[in-house]
Write a protein that binds this ligand. Sequence first.
Ligand code: CS2
Length: 413
Amino acid sequence: MPNQIQFLHLGLGAFHRAHQAVFIKQNIASVSMRKSDVADSLRAQGNKYEVIARDGSGETTTLIESIKESLFYPRDLARIFEIATSPDLQAITLTVTEKAYKNDGEDGVPARLAELLQARFKTGASGIAIISCDNVPSNSQFLRGLILEVISAKGDRELLQWVSSEIRFPNSMIDRIVPAMTSAAITTEPFNQWVIENDPIESLFVGTGVEFVPDVKPYELAKIRLFNGVHSTLAYIGEVEGIEFVANAITHPVIAAFIKALQESEMVPSITQTGGIDLNAYAATIRKRISNPTLRHRAHQIAMDGSQKMQQRIFDGANDLAKLGRPAPLHVAAVAIWVHFLATNTDIDDPLAHKLTPLAQSSDPLEAVTKTLSLAEFTRKLDPKYFEQVAEDLKLIRSSSVLELISNRIAKS
Ligand code: CS2
């Protein structure tokens, strides 16, 4: 008899296995959306695996057994629909990366979810929660908008009504450093955090350490800017300067001073909705975690998909500082470093690289900056008032180096 599955998860990567699968104590069916080999190898080992959490003071190994089925979409579609329509199902969680949060046809994640929900609606089963676990602003609610758009376009009014009223989309903030796997075991850090907006699903998480709060926004802003914004900045510095791991970048004296100043003098003041979080203390813990020497987290991995990440990680903070009438020279430097990376790196993994790289390569720095940052595909654009400053920084990088630019900027801050 098949398992009774309470959680269906889309996106069977290392992050899911080291995060949600550790917190969730019920049965999970996890679906790989891109390649079958991930699901197949996990299945071959009985869906059990070890998570090794490491830092400078030691390591602990935990056997994870919450995943009961590893599936591949679309190969295992019949079973996926069976789970999606089952009365046992309580929630669908997702780790599908930033670039999946758009409506781009029937193979897109929102369209696939709309189909699963349509099937569930037809069976008369009860509503469920859909919880995004990606670093996307207002992640679950944003996904809700995309799914409703798909359903509206099909003209299915009854389904639209049902999804609007019965399917809950609590936003969530997720945090654990999980480098891409290099062996069968998953290596991560001891820290693990999941904050979800108040929802009846809370009853399934009693005693797990998952936090439920009325509003995730302050947690999300702190995480996406003070952590992910720093991560991306370090990744581009590392890629351009030939520093392979972010732990080595953040412990380099010049880069360390730049990152601390970026957090304390710009990212922290860019966040006005703090929710009582001590942002400077939070920033310090982030720097410490990224410095974890045992993780071997590659700049190259974090540098991928910059076009999908820089908007919420860096542009939003700079724009908020502009609204507050505050300067943002360190955000500006981070943007210039990214534009330089786009122009010069020969191995860029980004769905928009084919458009961005030729623009960033323009010999005129102002033209390079203006065209790169004005790309129509950006939904959260950097305020054009910064373009000249970014171009000045790009000019400096081109004539000297990224390290020269950042030591210059710390000297001034
Ligand atoms: C990283 C994140 O690859 C990236 O873009 O910034 O995966 C980061 O490691 C996690 O969000 C940490 O919680």
